[in-house]
Design a protein around this ligand. Structure first.
Ligand code: TYD
Ligand code: MG
Length: 452
Protein backbone atom coordinates (compact mmCIF):
# COMPACT_ATOMS: atom_id res chain seq x y z
CA UNK A 1 0.00 0.00 0.00
CA UNK A 2 1.19 3.54 -0.75
CA UNK A 3 2.16 5.19 2.49
CA UNK A 4 2.43 8.96 2.71
CA UNK A 5 3.70 11.46 5.21
CA UNK A 6 4.04 15.24 5.20
CA UNK A 7 7.42 16.94 4.88
CA UNK A 8 8.22 20.60 5.51
CA UNK A 9 9.79 21.94 2.32
CA UNK A 10 11.78 24.45 4.29
CA UNK A 11 13.51 22.43 6.98
CA UNK A 12 12.67 18.80 6.22
CA UNK A 13 10.50 18.16 9.32
CA UNK A 14 8.34 15.07 8.90
CA UNK A 15 4.84 14.61 10.26
CA UNK A 16 2.30 11.78 9.87
CA UNK A 17 -0.51 14.33 9.31
CA UNK A 18 -0.81 17.68 7.63
CA UNK A 19 -0.11 20.78 9.70
CA UNK A 20 -0.60 24.42 8.74
CA UNK A 21 2.53 25.49 10.50
CA UNK A 22 5.77 23.59 10.78
CA UNK A 23 6.49 23.02 14.51
CA UNK A 24 10.22 22.91 13.80
CA UNK A 25 10.96 26.02 11.74
CA UNK A 26 7.63 27.79 12.33
CA UNK A 27 7.00 28.58 8.69
CA UNK A 28 3.44 28.50 7.42
CA UNK A 29 1.99 26.24 4.76
CA UNK A 30 5.22 24.45 3.90
CA UNK A 31 4.19 20.85 4.61
CA UNK A 32 3.47 18.84 1.48
CA UNK A 33 2.51 15.25 0.96
CA UNK A 34 5.31 12.87 0.03
CA UNK A 35 5.43 9.14 -0.38
CA UNK A 36 7.31 7.29 2.33
CA UNK A 37 10.35 5.63 0.81
CA UNK A 38 10.91 2.26 2.44
CA UNK A 39 14.37 1.94 3.91
CA UNK A 40 16.41 -0.68 2.11
CA UNK A 41 17.60 -3.33 4.52
CA UNK A 42 20.92 -4.84 3.60
CA UNK A 43 20.15 -8.48 3.01
CA UNK A 44 23.54 -10.03 2.67
CA UNK A 45 26.02 -9.92 5.50
CA UNK A 46 29.30 -8.19 4.75
CA UNK A 47 32.32 -10.44 4.86
CA UNK A 48 34.55 -9.44 7.75
CA UNK A 49 37.54 -8.44 5.63
CA UNK A 50 35.71 -5.42 4.16
CA UNK A 51 35.28 -3.74 7.55
CA UNK A 52 37.48 -0.75 8.26
CA UNK A 53 39.13 -0.84 11.64
CA UNK A 54 39.90 2.04 14.00
CA UNK A 55 43.37 3.55 13.96
CA UNK A 56 45.32 5.64 16.43
CA UNK A 57 45.34 9.34 15.69
CA UNK A 58 49.14 9.34 15.57
CA UNK A 59 49.15 6.60 12.92
CA UNK A 60 47.13 8.65 10.47
CA UNK A 61 49.16 10.21 7.71
CA UNK A 62 49.60 13.95 7.71
CA UNK A 63 49.71 15.06 4.11
CA UNK A 64 48.81 18.69 3.59
CA UNK A 65 45.92 19.07 1.15
CA UNK A 66 46.87 20.42 -2.23
CA UNK A 67 44.30 23.10 -2.89
CA UNK A 68 43.22 24.05 -6.37
CA UNK A 69 43.21 27.76 -7.09
CA UNK A 70 40.02 28.90 -8.77
CA UNK A 71 41.79 31.89 -10.25
CA UNK A 72 39.38 34.22 -8.44
CA UNK A 73 41.30 35.52 -5.42
CA UNK A 74 38.23 36.69 -3.51
CA UNK A 75 36.69 33.22 -3.76
CA UNK A 76 39.94 31.40 -2.92
CA UNK A 77 40.35 33.52 0.18
CA UNK A 78 36.80 32.85 1.33
CA UNK A 79 37.37 29.11 0.88
CA UNK A 80 40.52 29.21 2.96
CA UNK A 81 43.06 29.26 0.13
CA UNK A 82 41.45 27.41 -2.76
CA UNK A 83 39.22 24.39 -3.25
CA UNK A 84 40.03 21.05 -1.67
CA UNK A 85 39.87 18.19 -4.21
CA UNK A 86 36.97 15.85 -3.63
CA UNK A 87 35.01 18.30 -1.49
CA UNK A 88 31.33 19.07 -1.84
CA UNK A 89 30.36 22.73 -1.91
CA UNK A 90 26.90 24.24 -1.74
CA UNK A 91 26.34 27.66 -3.24
CA UNK A 92 23.02 29.16 -2.16
CA UNK A 93 21.40 32.40 -3.20
CA UNK A 94 18.34 34.08 -4.61
CA UNK A 95 17.55 33.61 -8.30
CA UNK A 96 19.37 36.08 -10.53
CA UNK A 97 22.09 36.92 -8.05
CA UNK A 98 24.87 35.44 -10.22
CA UNK A 99 25.47 31.87 -9.08
CA UNK A 100 25.66 30.38 -12.56
CA UNK A 101 27.88 33.24 -13.69
CA UNK A 102 30.35 32.77 -10.85
CA UNK A 103 30.65 29.02 -11.29
CA UNK A 104 31.04 29.29 -15.04
CA UNK A 105 33.89 31.72 -14.41
CA UNK A 106 35.44 29.19 -12.02
CA UNK A 107 35.05 26.49 -14.70
CA UNK A 108 36.65 28.79 -17.25
CA UNK A 109 39.71 29.42 -15.09
CA UNK A 110 40.16 25.75 -14.26
CA UNK A 111 39.63 24.59 -17.85
CA UNK A 112 42.36 27.01 -18.93
CA UNK A 113 44.69 25.03 -16.69
CA UNK A 114 43.65 21.81 -18.45
CA UNK A 115 41.51 20.53 -15.59
CA UNK A 116 38.54 18.51 -16.92
CA UNK A 117 35.23 20.17 -16.05
CA UNK A 118 31.62 19.00 -16.38
CA UNK A 119 28.85 21.59 -16.08
CA UNK A 120 25.40 20.06 -15.59
CA UNK A 121 22.47 22.38 -16.11
CA UNK A 122 18.83 21.59 -15.65
CA UNK A 123 17.76 25.21 -15.82
CA UNK A 124 19.09 26.47 -19.11
CA UNK A 125 19.50 25.07 -22.59
CA UNK A 126 22.95 24.33 -24.01
CA UNK A 127 22.58 27.43 -26.21
CA UNK A 128 21.98 29.64 -23.21
CA UNK A 129 25.07 28.27 -21.51
CA UNK A 130 27.03 28.82 -24.69
CA UNK A 131 25.76 32.39 -24.90
CA UNK A 132 26.82 33.07 -21.34
CA UNK A 133 30.19 31.45 -21.96
CA UNK A 134 30.60 33.73 -24.96
CA UNK A 135 30.03 36.72 -22.70
CA UNK A 136 32.55 35.40 -20.20
CA UNK A 137 35.08 34.80 -22.94
CA UNK A 138 35.21 31.07 -22.41
CA UNK A 139 33.21 29.52 -25.24
CA UNK A 140 36.24 28.03 -26.96
CA UNK A 141 37.48 26.21 -23.90
CA UNK A 142 37.23 22.55 -23.14
CA UNK A 143 34.24 22.61 -20.80
CA UNK A 144 31.75 19.76 -21.03
CA UNK A 145 28.12 20.79 -20.73
CA UNK A 146 25.31 18.38 -19.95
CA UNK A 147 21.68 19.52 -20.09
CA UNK A 148 19.65 17.16 -18.01
CA UNK A 149 17.47 16.88 -14.95
CA UNK A 150 18.12 13.20 -14.34
CA UNK A 151 20.60 11.95 -11.79
CA UNK A 152 21.26 8.85 -13.89
CA UNK A 153 22.44 11.03 -16.78
CA UNK A 154 24.81 12.82 -14.45
CA UNK A 155 26.36 9.59 -13.18
CA UNK A 156 26.68 8.36 -16.76
CA UNK A 157 28.18 11.67 -17.89
CA UNK A 158 30.71 11.61 -15.09
CA UNK A 159 31.83 8.12 -16.06
CA UNK A 160 32.18 9.26 -19.68
CA UNK A 161 34.09 12.49 -19.15
CA UNK A 162 35.85 11.66 -15.87
CA UNK A 163 35.92 15.28 -14.65
CA UNK A 164 37.80 16.68 -11.68
CA UNK A 165 35.25 19.46 -11.27
CA UNK A 166 31.50 18.94 -11.43
CA UNK A 167 28.92 21.72 -11.28
CA UNK A 168 25.24 20.99 -10.64
CA UNK A 169 23.00 23.90 -11.69
CA UNK A 170 20.75 23.52 -9.75
CA UNK A 171 20.00 20.84 -7.17
CA UNK A 172 16.29 21.73 -7.27
CA UNK A 173 16.01 20.63 -10.89
CA UNK A 174 17.90 17.36 -10.45
CA UNK A 175 15.76 14.28 -9.84
CA UNK A 176 16.27 10.63 -9.21
CA UNK A 177 13.64 8.89 -11.38
CA UNK A 178 13.69 5.91 -9.02
CA UNK A 179 12.04 8.02 -6.31
CA UNK A 180 8.31 8.74 -6.35
CA UNK A 181 8.61 12.29 -4.95
CA UNK A 182 8.20 15.33 -7.16
CA UNK A 183 11.26 17.23 -8.46
CA UNK A 184 12.52 19.85 -6.05
CA UNK A 185 10.97 18.21 -2.99
CA UNK A 186 13.06 17.74 0.11
CA UNK A 187 13.25 13.98 -0.42
CA UNK A 188 14.58 14.39 -3.98
CA UNK A 189 17.03 17.12 -3.09
CA UNK A 190 18.42 15.10 -0.21
CA UNK A 191 18.65 11.88 -2.14
CA UNK A 192 20.42 13.51 -5.10
CA UNK A 193 22.88 15.23 -2.78
CA UNK A 194 23.64 11.94 -1.05
CA UNK A 195 24.39 10.37 -4.45
CA UNK A 196 26.60 13.28 -5.44
CA UNK A 197 28.40 13.01 -2.12
CA UNK A 198 29.16 9.37 -2.86
CA UNK A 199 30.39 10.31 -6.32
CA UNK A 200 32.55 13.13 -5.00
CA UNK A 201 34.20 11.09 -2.29
CA UNK A 202 34.77 7.85 -4.20
CA UNK A 203 36.10 9.43 -7.39
CA UNK A 204 37.62 12.55 -5.80
CA UNK A 205 35.55 15.01 -7.85
CA UNK A 206 35.13 18.48 -6.46
CA UNK A 207 31.41 19.14 -6.73
CA UNK A 208 29.71 22.50 -6.66
CA UNK A 209 25.98 22.34 -5.99
CA UNK A 210 23.85 25.39 -6.72
CA UNK A 211 20.75 25.77 -4.55
CA UNK A 212 18.09 28.45 -4.87
CA UNK A 213 16.69 30.14 -1.82
CA UNK A 214 13.89 32.63 -2.05
CA UNK A 215 13.54 35.67 0.17
CA UNK A 216 11.36 33.61 2.47
CA UNK A 217 13.50 30.48 2.17
CA UNK A 218 10.53 28.41 1.06
CA UNK A 219 11.55 26.31 -1.94
CA UNK A 220 13.06 23.00 -0.77
CA UNK A 221 15.50 24.85 1.39
CA UNK A 222 19.15 24.13 0.77
CA UNK A 223 19.19 24.46 4.57
CA UNK A 224 18.35 20.76 4.72
CA UNK A 225 21.59 20.03 2.86
CA UNK A 226 23.96 22.04 4.97
CA UNK A 227 25.02 19.14 7.17
CA UNK A 228 25.79 16.90 4.18
CA UNK A 229 28.29 19.12 2.40
CA UNK A 230 31.78 20.29 3.35
CA UNK A 231 31.36 23.94 2.59
CA UNK A 232 28.33 26.21 2.41
CA UNK A 233 28.60 29.50 0.58
CA UNK A 234 25.85 32.07 0.36
CA UNK A 235 25.66 34.70 -2.32
CA UNK A 236 24.04 37.90 -1.04
CA UNK A 237 23.30 41.34 -2.34
CA UNK A 238 20.45 43.48 -3.52
CA UNK A 239 19.77 42.88 -7.19
CA UNK A 240 19.29 46.64 -7.55
CA UNK A 241 22.95 47.18 -6.64
CA UNK A 242 25.78 45.86 -8.71
CA UNK A 243 27.79 44.34 -5.97
CA UNK A 244 27.51 40.89 -4.54
CA UNK A 245 28.89 39.39 -1.38
CA UNK A 246 29.84 35.78 -0.99
CA UNK A 247 29.92 34.45 2.55
CA UNK A 248 31.02 31.13 4.06
CA UNK A 249 28.45 29.80 6.49
CA UNK A 250 30.17 26.49 7.06
CA UNK A 251 33.62 25.33 6.05
CA UNK A 252 35.31 22.08 7.00
CA UNK A 253 38.53 23.27 5.37
CA UNK A 254 38.85 26.88 6.40
CA UNK A 255 37.40 29.87 8.22
CA UNK A 256 33.71 30.75 8.34
CA UNK A 257 31.98 34.09 8.07
CA UNK A 258 34.64 35.26 5.69
CA UNK A 259 33.34 37.44 2.87
CA UNK A 260 34.38 38.11 -0.70
CA UNK A 261 33.07 41.11 -2.61
CA UNK A 262 32.25 41.14 -6.32
CA UNK A 263 30.82 43.56 -8.79
CA UNK A 264 28.49 42.40 -11.57
CA UNK A 265 29.64 43.81 -14.90
CA UNK A 266 28.67 43.10 -18.50
CA UNK A 267 31.51 40.58 -18.75
CA UNK A 268 30.70 38.71 -15.57
CA UNK A 269 31.64 39.11 -11.93
CA UNK A 270 34.67 41.25 -11.16
CA UNK A 271 36.52 41.03 -7.87
CA UNK A 272 36.54 44.03 -5.60
CA UNK A 273 39.72 43.91 -3.58
CA UNK A 274 39.17 47.22 -1.77
CA UNK A 275 35.50 47.07 -0.77
CA UNK A 276 35.74 49.99 1.71
CA UNK A 277 36.66 52.32 -1.14
CA UNK A 278 33.65 51.10 -3.09
CA UNK A 279 31.25 51.52 -0.16
CA UNK A 280 32.49 55.05 0.50
CA UNK A 281 32.76 56.17 -3.11
CA UNK A 282 29.38 57.95 -3.28
CA UNK A 283 29.73 59.75 0.02
CA UNK A 284 28.60 63.38 0.11
CA UNK A 285 30.58 65.78 2.27
CA UNK A 286 29.20 68.08 4.89
CA UNK A 287 25.65 66.80 5.18
CA UNK A 288 23.90 65.89 8.39
CA UNK A 289 22.97 62.28 9.13
CA UNK A 290 26.06 60.63 7.69
CA UNK A 291 28.74 58.71 9.56
CA UNK A 292 31.47 56.23 8.70
CA UNK A 293 31.79 53.13 10.89
CA UNK A 294 34.41 50.38 10.90
CA UNK A 295 32.79 46.97 10.98
CA UNK A 296 34.24 43.48 10.67
CA UNK A 297 33.02 40.90 8.20
CA UNK A 298 34.74 37.69 9.20
CA UNK A 299 38.34 38.74 9.61
CA UNK A 300 38.05 41.60 7.18
CA UNK A 301 37.58 45.19 8.32
CA UNK A 302 35.16 47.26 6.26
CA UNK A 303 34.43 50.96 6.39
CA UNK A 304 30.82 51.72 5.61
CA UNK A 305 28.69 54.84 5.58
CA UNK A 306 25.44 54.87 7.56
CA UNK A 307 22.91 57.55 6.70
CA UNK A 308 19.97 58.81 8.71
CA UNK A 309 17.12 61.13 7.93
CA UNK A 310 14.73 62.70 10.42
CA UNK A 311 11.77 64.26 8.64
CA UNK A 312 8.79 65.93 10.34
CA UNK A 313 5.57 64.03 9.82
CA UNK A 314 1.99 65.29 9.92
CA UNK A 315 0.78 61.89 11.13
CA UNK A 316 0.33 61.01 14.79
CA UNK A 317 2.39 57.84 14.51
CA UNK A 318 5.90 58.54 13.14
CA UNK A 319 7.57 55.81 11.06
CA UNK A 320 10.81 53.96 11.76
CA UNK A 321 12.38 52.46 8.68
CA UNK A 322 15.77 50.74 8.49
CA UNK A 323 17.55 49.31 5.46
CA UNK A 324 20.48 47.00 6.19
CA UNK A 325 20.02 47.34 9.95
CA UNK A 326 17.80 45.61 12.49
CA UNK A 327 14.66 47.65 13.14
CA UNK A 328 14.40 46.61 16.79
CA UNK A 329 18.00 47.63 17.40
CA UNK A 330 17.19 51.00 15.80
CA UNK A 331 14.27 51.48 18.19
CA UNK A 332 16.50 50.55 21.10
CA UNK A 333 19.21 53.01 20.09
CA UNK A 334 16.59 55.76 19.60
CA UNK A 335 15.40 54.99 23.13
CA UNK A 336 18.94 55.28 24.53
CA UNK A 337 19.48 58.52 22.61
CA UNK A 338 16.34 60.07 24.08
CA UNK A 339 16.81 58.85 27.64
CA UNK A 340 20.59 59.17 28.09
CA UNK A 341 21.43 62.09 25.85
CA UNK A 342 18.13 63.97 25.93
CA UNK A 343 17.86 64.08 22.15
CA UNK A 344 14.26 63.33 21.29
CA UNK A 345 12.99 62.37 17.85
CA UNK A 346 9.92 64.53 18.48
CA UNK A 347 7.29 64.03 15.86
CA UNK A 348 9.67 62.90 13.12
CA UNK A 349 9.88 59.90 10.82
CA UNK A 350 13.26 58.21 11.18
CA UNK A 351 14.96 56.50 8.27
CA UNK A 352 18.25 54.66 8.56
CA UNK A 353 20.15 53.38 5.58
CA UNK A 354 23.39 51.43 5.28
CA UNK A 355 24.93 52.64 2.04
CA UNK A 356 25.67 50.14 -0.68
CA UNK A 357 23.08 47.52 0.26
CA UNK A 358 25.22 45.99 3.00
CA UNK A 359 23.60 44.45 6.07
CA UNK A 360 25.21 45.35 9.39
CA UNK A 361 24.67 43.08 12.37
CA UNK A 362 27.73 43.81 14.47
CA UNK A 363 27.11 45.77 17.72
CA UNK A 364 30.35 47.70 17.10
CA UNK A 365 28.39 50.00 14.77
CA UNK A 366 25.97 51.10 17.55
CA UNK A 367 27.82 54.28 18.41
CA UNK A 368 27.98 55.20 14.73
CA UNK A 369 24.20 54.75 14.44
CA UNK A 370 23.61 56.90 17.54
CA UNK A 371 25.85 59.64 16.14
CA UNK A 372 24.23 59.70 12.70
CA UNK A 373 20.74 59.73 14.27
CA UNK A 374 21.66 62.63 16.54
CA UNK A 375 23.25 64.44 13.62
CA UNK A 376 20.08 63.98 11.54
CA UNK A 377 17.74 65.07 14.34
CA UNK A 378 19.80 68.17 15.15
CA UNK A 379 20.59 68.75 11.47
CA UNK A 380 24.29 69.17 12.26
CA UNK A 381 26.92 67.53 10.02
CA UNK A 382 29.57 65.37 11.71
CA UNK A 383 33.29 65.91 11.03
CA UNK A 384 33.90 64.00 7.82
CA UNK A 385 37.40 62.69 8.59
CA UNK A 386 36.28 60.83 11.72
CA UNK A 387 35.41 57.17 11.97
CA UNK A 388 33.21 56.01 14.86
CA UNK A 389 33.65 52.65 16.62
CA UNK A 390 31.92 51.22 19.71
CA UNK A 391 29.05 49.19 21.11
CA UNK A 392 26.47 51.10 23.19
CA UNK A 393 25.00 49.74 26.43
CA UNK A 394 21.57 50.58 27.82
CA UNK A 395 23.04 53.15 30.20
CA UNK A 396 24.56 54.98 27.27
CA UNK A 397 28.04 53.68 28.07
CA UNK A 398 30.46 52.76 25.30
CA UNK A 399 31.53 49.12 25.37
CA UNK A 400 34.60 47.54 23.96
CA UNK A 401 34.86 45.88 20.54
CA UNK A 402 37.11 43.14 19.17
CA UNK A 403 40.05 43.48 16.80
CA UNK A 404 40.32 47.26 17.03
CA UNK A 405 43.73 47.27 15.40
CA UNK A 406 42.46 45.85 12.10
CA UNK A 407 39.68 48.46 12.06
CA UNK A 408 42.08 51.31 12.74
CA UNK A 409 44.50 50.12 10.06
CA UNK A 410 41.71 50.17 7.50
CA UNK A 411 40.62 53.67 8.61
CA UNK A 412 44.20 54.89 8.39
CA UNK A 413 44.64 53.36 4.96
CA UNK A 414 41.63 55.29 3.69
CA UNK A 415 42.91 58.57 5.07
CA UNK A 416 40.73 59.10 8.15
CA UNK A 417 42.29 61.49 10.67
CA UNK A 418 40.41 60.64 13.84
CA UNK A 419 38.70 57.66 15.46
CA UNK A 420 36.17 57.70 18.29
CA UNK A 421 36.54 54.46 20.21
CA UNK A 422 35.84 52.76 23.57
CA UNK A 423 37.97 54.06 26.46
CA UNK A 424 40.16 51.01 27.12
CA UNK A 425 41.52 50.63 23.61
CA UNK A 426 43.82 53.61 23.26
CA UNK A 427 46.99 51.53 23.59
CA UNK A 428 46.77 50.71 19.87
CA UNK A 429 48.50 53.92 18.84
CA UNK A 430 48.65 54.71 15.16
CA UNK A 431 50.93 57.27 13.63
CA UNK A 432 48.46 59.07 11.37
CA UNK A 433 45.22 58.72 13.21
CA UNK A 434 44.21 60.48 16.41
CA UNK A 435 42.47 58.23 18.92
CA UNK A 436 39.62 59.79 20.88
CA UNK A 437 38.40 57.57 23.74
CA UNK A 438 34.78 58.19 24.74
CA UNK A 439 33.05 56.74 27.80
CA UNK A 440 29.44 57.66 27.13
CA UNK A 441 27.32 58.68 24.18
CA UNK A 442 27.14 62.14 25.72
CA UNK A 443 30.88 62.68 25.52
CA UNK A 444 30.91 61.31 21.95
CA UNK A 445 28.12 63.68 20.86
CA UNK A 446 29.80 66.64 22.59
CA UNK A 447 33.11 65.85 20.93
CA UNK A 448 31.42 65.68 17.52
CA UNK A 449 29.69 69.02 18.11
CA UNK A 450 26.14 67.65 17.96
CA UNK A 451 25.45 68.40 21.62
CA UNK A 452 26.43 71.44 23.65
P1 TYD B 1 22.89 34.30 -13.18
O1 TYD B 1 24.30 33.82 -12.98
O2 TYD B 1 22.10 33.63 -14.24
O3 TYD B 1 22.11 34.19 -11.79
P2 TYD B 1 21.64 32.86 -11.00
O4 TYD B 1 22.31 31.68 -11.60
O5 TYD B 1 22.06 33.13 -9.58
O6 TYD B 1 20.16 32.79 -11.11
O7 TYD B 1 23.01 35.85 -13.48
C1 TYD B 1 22.10 36.77 -13.03
C2 TYD B 1 22.15 38.12 -13.67
O8 TYD B 1 23.43 38.56 -14.00
C3 TYD B 1 21.32 38.18 -14.91
O9 TYD B 1 20.26 39.08 -14.65
C4 TYD B 1 22.22 38.74 -15.95
C5 TYD B 1 23.38 39.29 -15.20
N1 TYD B 1 24.67 39.16 -15.90
C6 TYD B 1 25.45 40.28 -16.09
O10 TYD B 1 25.10 41.39 -15.70
N2 TYD B 1 26.67 40.15 -16.73
C7 TYD B 1 27.13 38.95 -17.17
O11 TYD B 1 28.25 38.87 -17.73
C8 TYD B 1 26.29 37.79 -16.98
C9 TYD B 1 26.73 36.46 -17.47
C10 TYD B 1 25.08 37.94 -16.34
MG1 MG C 1 21.39 30.15 -12.74
Amino acid sequence: MRKVHFVCQNCGYESPRWLGRCPNCESWNTLTEEEVIPKKLSSSKRSTDTYTSPKRLAELSLTPVQRLKTGIDELDRVLGGGIVPGSLLLLGGEPGIGKSTLLLQVCRNLARNKIPVLYVTGEESAEQVRLRAERLNSSLLDIFVLCTISLEDVVHGVNQVNPRILVIDSIQTLTNPALPSTPGSVAQVRDCTAELLKLAKTQCITTFIIGHVTKFGVIAGPKTLEHMVDTVLYFEGETTYNYRIIRTVKNRYGPTNEIGVFEMTDIGLKEVSNPSELFLSDRRRNVSGSVVVATLEGTRPLLVEIQALAAPTPFPLPQRIATGFDLRRLSLLLGILERRAGISTGNRDIFLNVAGGLKLTEPAVDLGVICTLASAIRNTPLPEDTVVIGEVGLAGEIRTVSRIEARLNEAQRLGFKRALLPPNLTKFKKSNIELVPVETINSALKYLGVKK
